[in-house]
Design a protein around this ligand. Sequence first.
Ligand SMILES: *[C@@H]1O[C@H](CO)[C@@H](O)[C@H](O)[C@H]1NC(C)=O
Ligand SMILES: *[C@@H]1O[C@H](CO)[C@@H](O)[C@H](O)[C@H]1NC(C)=O
Ligand SMILES: *[C@@H]1O[C@H](CO)[C@@H](O)[C@H](O)[C@H]1NC(C)=O
Ligand SMILES: *[C@@H]1O[C@H](CO)[C@@H](O)[C@H](O)[C@H]1NC(C)=O
Ligand SMILES: *[C@@H]1O[C@H](CO)[C@@H](O)[C@H](O)[C@H]1NC(C)=O
Ligand SMILES: *[C@@H]1O[C@H](CO)[C@@H](O)[C@H](O)[C@H]1NC(C)=O
Ligand SMILES: *[C@@H]1O[C@H](CO)[C@@H](O)[C@H](O)[C@H]1NC(C)=O
Ligand SMILES: *[C@@H]1O[C@H](CO)[C@@H](O)[C@H](O)[C@H]1NC(C)=O
Ligand SMILES: *[C@@H]1O[C@H](CO)[C@@H](O)[C@H](O)[C@H]1NC(C)=O
Length: 456
Amino acid sequence: MKFLFIFINLCIGYQVYALRNTNFSTVWTNFTQDLQLSHATYSITILDNSTGNIIFSFNKDVGLAPASTLKTVTGAAALHYLGKDYRYKTLLEYSGNINPFGILNGYIYIVGSGDPSLGSWRWNETMGKVIMQRWVNLIAGKGIKHCRGIVLDLSVWPDQTQTIPAGYTWGDLGNYYGAGSSALNWRENQFRLILSPGLAVGDPVILVYIDHPPPSVIFINELITGPPGSGDRTNLYLAPDGTYGYLRGSLGIDSSKNISIGGAIPNSALFIADELRQGMGWSNATSIKIIYRKDINSTNRTTLDIYQSPPMSEIIYWFEQSSINMYGEVLVRTIAQMINSSINSILPVYCETEHGIEQTEVAVMDGSGLSPENRITTWAIARVLYNVQQRSPWFPLYEHALPTTNGIRMKGGYIHNALSYAGYVNHQVFSIITNNFNGQTITMRQKIWDLLDTLK
Ligand SMILES: *[C@@H]1O[C@H](CO)[C@@H](O)[C@H](O)[C@H]1NC(C)=O
Ligand SMILES: *[C@@H]1O[C@H](CO)[C@@H](O)[C@H](O)[C@H]1NC(C)=O
Ligand SMILES: *[C@@H]1O[C@H](CO)[C@@H](O)[C@H](O)[C@H]1NC(C)=O
Ligand SMILES: *[C@@H]1O[C@H](CO)[C@@H](O)[C@H](O)[C@H]1NC(C)=O
Ligand SMILES: *[C@@H]1O[C@H](CO)[C@@H](O)[C@H](O)[C@H]1NC(C)=O
Ligand SMILES: *[C@@H]1O[C@H](CO)[C@@H](O)[C@H](O)[C@H]1NC(C)=O
Ligand SMILES: *[C@@H]1O[C@H](CO)[C@@H](O)[C@H](O)[C@H]1NC(C)=O
Ligand SMILES: *[C@@H]1O[C@H](CO)[C@@H](O)[C@H](O)[C@H]1NC(C)=O
Ligand SMILES: *[C@@H]1O[C@H](CO)[C@@H](O)[C@H](O)[C@H]1NC(C)=O
């Protein structure tokens, strides 16, 4: 009886899948015949939301560049290893003693923990001006008027000040979305440049002003006013820890005045120290030092503040919603430190140990998806999405963090000639990646949305 029941169930199940299968394979075939995909590689995996069975797949075992859909895996790994309540702690401390005239014979220390949200505009309590005012008040409240200098303690991640994944491209590094991460991040390691087109095509573009400019960077503006309709083709080239920022490309003559483009802060530790210095009204001759190891002299520091970030659940929300690459790099780094593993092995290890996915399916260079060299299969992404939905207590938070795009709960990804989506629709879990399509991104995107509409 029991066997018969299962048998019938299987048959019904089979029919349902078979129907969906036939339908979807028709639209899929039509999709792949589109000329924009003539020289492309593409893959799709669609799983049944309640059984995990494959409803449809194509090239499911082929590793492709996932762009930002990799963030679905990074976000899941962060909630798994760090937990939804994890908070970063940034310390404000001082060394030495304060004399009756308000002179501290020591230093002010800011001790980083990697908090990616420190100074971010996305929460009221993390905003740069809010945190800075709090710290200025605490220092002034202690009666400190002068000190020997400001020390940035980056010893929690003792290497470079600004770390960039090896897979990011030179064209990305200077732009806001290519910002590196540090033990001390500030204002999401971004700043804004305000530009206006010139009066005639070929004229220089005017750099109107810079909002919160990175300290000690010299900007070289080589931007040219482009023809009508040519739009914003500007790019900032600025290396981590770099001194020269090159503005190159063009801005259409019919672009609005004072458009704003985002740049990456080349040294976020100096960025925060400079703002504290200004907030205290200290001269630009104030000594600012970065330390990479806990120095033996620093054992006797007095704590002024233990500033805590919003919880991981909220960090993950903005990470997925706004696709903030720097958050992804910080997350894999934080996990790497917690489980004592190398940064690039975090996602493969997570996929293998938690989801039974072979590590070779997940060859990644970062936690954001920005590196064009990243490779992962749609089969791996779909299984992570399926498993967390089946068994992770934090799934509601995770699902809520994913954007709703085209009426579907899904994360999108875009890097040069690569578009991808991964999410949940109508009792199905899906992951689709296209690499090396040609033509306009906007038309390609519409074609993928039309394809996904058939799953609704
Ligand atoms: C799928 O197949 C069913 C049954 O043959 C049909 O009614 C339906 O219109 C098809 N849907 C699509 C999107 O082709
Ligand atoms: C086939 O694909 C084209 C886009 O390449 C689309 O316009 C058309 O609606 C699709 N046809 C079907 C039956 O899905
Ligand atoms: C954030 O600040 C704005 C403006 O001050 C206020 O309207 C809003 O309610 C605040 N949000 C939270 C969550 O406190
Ligand atoms: C552009 O910004 C400058 C500097 O803030 C300001 O003086 C000017 O009025 C702005 N122009 C427009 C069109 O907004
Ligand atoms: C420091 O400030 C003085 C006076 O405000 C200015 O002349 C000098 O160029 C500044 N130096 C640096 C390194 O910014
Ligand atoms: C530590 O203290 C010793 C002795 O006071 C001093 O010589 C040395 O320069 C200090 N080191 C640092 C990094 O401040
Ligand atoms: C540590 O600091 C306190 C006051 O901040 C001071 O009284 C004490 O002597 C210091 N100890 C050492 C070993 O420097
Ligand atoms: C971390 O891993 C390294 C290399 O595998 C090992 O040498 C070290 O002892 C480990 N540290 C901890 C705290 O487990
Ligand atoms: C997944 O399937 C379950 C039923 O098995 C359903 O309750 C849930 O809403 C589905 N989730 C999504 C995101 O479609």
